[in-house]
Ligand binder design. Structure first.
Ligand SMILES: *[C@@H]1O[C@H](CO)[C@@H](O)[C@H](O)[C@H]1NC(C)=O
Ligand SMILES: *[C@@H]1O[C@H](CO)[C@@H](O)[C@H](O)[C@H]1NC(C)=O
Ligand SMILES: *[C@@H]1O[C@H](CO)[C@@H](O)[C@H](O)[C@H]1NC(C)=O
Ligand SMILES: *[C@@H]1O[C@H](CO)[C@@H](O)[C@H](O)[C@H]1NC(C)=O
Ligand SMILES: *[C@@H]1O[C@H](CO)[C@@H](O)[C@H](O)[C@H]1NC(C)=O
Ligand SMILES: *[C@@H]1O[C@H](CO)[C@@H](O)[C@H](O)[C@H]1NC(C)=O
Length: 438
C-alpha cells in the first residue's frame, strides 16, 4: 500500500540530501560564483507506485516527463530500450495493445522522430510493440536531460501495456541488452545520463512496493546516488557475472545483462541443487535480474525440486499466462513458503508474501484456497539460465553500479541488501496473506 505521509517525509530528506550533496560537490571542486541552475542535479529519486486499482504488484510505474508530457512507465532492468505508446496507437480497440491507455505520448510538430529507424520490441509473454525511434527531452523528477532516445509505439499486440496499466517501458538494462543501441547506436537512458555527466555517481538503485503489506516501504528508483537511509547498511556487492549470449559459443563472455551467479536454492529450509549453467565454460548458473518479469523463473528440474519441498498440498499446472510455455504451481494459500537464493556466498530470503501471487486464489471442491506461487519453470529464457523477477526484487534492495563514467572500463557490480526480517517473515504471514487474496 502507498504511504503518502511517509513518502513526503522521505522526499524532504532527499531534497535536503540533494542540496547537501550539491554544496559538498561545489565546495570540493572550488567552483566559484555558482549560480543556482536547475540543470545541475546530480541525484534524483522517483516514487514508484502500483497503478490504481491494480490487483497485483507485478507492475509498477514511475512518472517521467518526455518533451513536457507526463507518461507512466514500467521499469525493466533487463532491457536497455525505452519506449512509449504514441497517439497513433489505437486505444479504443480491445485487440490493440494500447487499449484503455489514457496517457499516451502525443506527437506534435516539434517531436524529433527518426523515420528511417524502425523499432521493434519483443516483450516475451506480454507481446510485441513496433514504432519509430525518436530523440526527446526527459525530465526525471527534476533531473533534465536532452538527447534521450526512446521509441514511439504506433502498433502493439494485446498485453503490451497490460490494458493501460502503464504507457511504456523505462529500460534500465545495459547497452548490450538494447536493440536501440545494437541497431542504431542510440544509448539507453542510464548511459545517456552518465555520458552527459548528469549523475553524481554512475549508478542507480531500486526498491519495489508490495501489495497487502502495511509495513512495506514505498517503491523508489534512485538515480546517481543510493538513498541516504541505505548508505549505512551492509550492502553486499559482486561483479556482474559475464556470460555468453549464445549457446553455441560459451567461451565468448561479455557483460550482457545485470546478472548474478546463482549458487544455491533452499526451499523451506531444505537445500536443493542448482542445475549447471549453460552459458559459461565454468558452468556457473547465470541468473538475470529482471523487474519486467512477474515471477522467478527456474529451469524445469530446479523448479520441480523446489516445488517438492513446498509445505502442504501443491498442484503443478501448465502456465496459462500469455506467451508462456512452462509450468506454474498452486499451493495452499495459508501455508507460508520460504524460498532462499544464494548469491555471492549470502542467502536471500524471498518474503513468503511475495511467493503468493496476489489475486490468484482459487478454491478446490474441498474448500481449500489454493494460490499461485511466484515461481515458474522456463527452459530457455531469452537471456541467462534463470530469471530473478519481481518476488525477488520486492524482497531485496538492489544497486546497479556501472563503476566508471567512461562506461565499461571497469566491471560493473551489483549490490544486494535483504529487506526481509527473516525472524518475523513466517510468523507475520498468517496475519497478512489474506490481504493478497481478492
Ligand atoms: C478505480 O476504481 C474506481 C472505483 O471502481 C473508479 O472510479 C476509478 O475510475 C478507477 N481508476 C482507474 C484509474 O481505473
Ligand atoms: C521538471 O519537473 C519538475 C518537477 O518534477 C518541475 O519542477 C520542473 O519545472 C520541470 N522542468 C521543466 C523544464 O519542465
Ligand atoms: C545532443 O545531440 C546534438 C546532435 O548530436 C548535439 O549537438 C548536442 O550537443 C547534444 N546535446 C547534449 C546535451 O549532449
Ligand atoms: C484486457 O482487456 C481485455 C478486453 O477487455 C480482456 O479480455 C483481458 O482479460 C484484459 N487483460 C488484462 C491483463 O487485464
Ligand atoms: C479454479 O477452479 C476451477 C474448479 O476446480 C477450475 O475449473 C478453474 O480452471 C480454476 N481456475 C484457475 C484460474 O485455476
Ligand atoms: C479433497 O478431499 C478428498 C477426501 O478427503 C481427498 O481425497 C482429495 O485429495 C482432496 N482434493 C483436494 C484437491 O484437496
Amino acid at each position: 500500500m502507498q504511504q503518502p505521509g511517509n513518502w513526503f517525509g522521505t522526499a524532504t530528506l532527499y531534497i535536503a540530501f540533494a542540496l547537501a550533496l550539491f554544496w559538498t560537490l561545489s565546495t570540493l571542486s572550488q567552483v566559484e560564483n555558482l549560480v543556482p541552475d536547475h540543470e545541475v542535479v546530480y541525484a534524483s529519486q522517483l516514487l514508484m507506485h502500483i497503478p490504481p486499482n491494480s490487483t497485483n504488484d507485478a507492475y509498477h510505474v514511475v512518472s517521467v516527463k518526455l518533451d513536457g508530457q507526463s507518461v507512466p512507465l514500467n521499469i525493466y532492468t533487463s532491457t536497455g530500450d525505452s519506449f512509449v505508446a504514441s497517439g497513433q496507437c489505437d486505444v479504443s480497440d480491445p485487440k490493440s495493445g494500447c487499449y484503455a491507455l489514457d496517457a499516451v505520448f502525443n506527437i506534435d510538430e516539434n517531436t524529433m522522430i527518426h523515420h528511417g529507424q524502425k523499432f521493434e520490441a519483443d516483450l516475451g509473454g506480454a507481446g510485441r510493440a513496433t514504432g519509430q525511434l525518436a530523440t526527446l527531452r526527459a525530465n526525471i523528477s527534476g533531473l533534465e536531460v536532452g538527447n534521450v532516445s526512446a521509441a514511439l509505439i504506433d502498433n502493439a499486440m494485446p498485453g503490451s501495456f497490460q490494458n493501460g496499466t502503464f504507457a511504456g517501458i523505462l529500460g534500465l538494462g545495459m547497452r548490450t541488452a538494447s536493440t536501440q543501441w545494437l541497431q542504431f547506436q542510440k544509448l539507453p537512458l542510464v548511459d545517456t545520463l552518465i555520458t552527459q555527466g548528469k549523475l553524481a555517481k554512475p549508478l542507480f538503485s531500486l526498491r519495489f512496493p508490495r501489495l497487502g503489506d502495511p509495513n512495506a516501504m514505498a517503491g523508489v528508483l534512485s538515480l546517481g546516488e543510493i538513498e541516504p537511509e541505505f548508505m549505512v547498511k551492509p550492502i553486499k556487492y559482486s561483479d556482474v557475472v559475464q556470460f555468453s549470449s549464445s549457446l553455441d559459443n560459451v567461451d565468448s563472455l561479455s557483460t550482457a545483462a545485470w546478472a548474478v551467479s546463482l549458487d544455491g536454492l533452499r526451499m523451506n529450509g531444505v537445500e536443493v541443487p542448482v542445475s549447471p549453467g549453460r552459458l559459461r565454460p565454468d558452468t556457473k548458473h547465470v541468473s538475470v535480474i529482471d523487474s519486467g518479469s512477474s515471477n522467478i523463473y527456474l529451469p524445469t528440474s530446479d523448479f520441480k525440486a523446489v516445488v517438492e519441498k513446498f509445505e502442504g498440498k501443491t498442484e503443478v499446472r501448465q502456465s496459462t499466462s500469455q506467451g508462456s510455455t512452462g509450468d506454474e504451481v498452486y499451493f495452499e494459500c495459508a501455508e507460508p513458503q520460504s524460498l532462499e537464493l544464494k548469491v555471492n556466498g549470502n542467502w536471500y530470503l524471498v518474503d513468503p508474501l511475495d511467493m503468493l501471487v496476489s489475486h490468484s486464489s482459487n478454491s478446490t471442491e474441498n474448500g481449500t484456497m489454493m494460490c499461485r506461487g511466484g515461481i515458474g519453470s522456463v527452459d530457455s529464457p531469452k537471456i541467462g539460465d534463470s530469471v530473478l523477477g519481481m518476488p525477488f526484487l520486492r524482497s531485496v534492495f538492489t544497486i546497479y553500479d556501472y563503476m566508471s563514467t567512461d562506461m565499461f572500463s571497469k566491471s560493473p557490480r551489483l549490490g544486494l541488501l535483504s529487506l526481509v526480517d527473516t525472524r518475523l517473515a513466517k510468523s507475520r504471514y498468517a496475519d497478512l496473506y489474506t490481504n493478497r487474496l481478492p
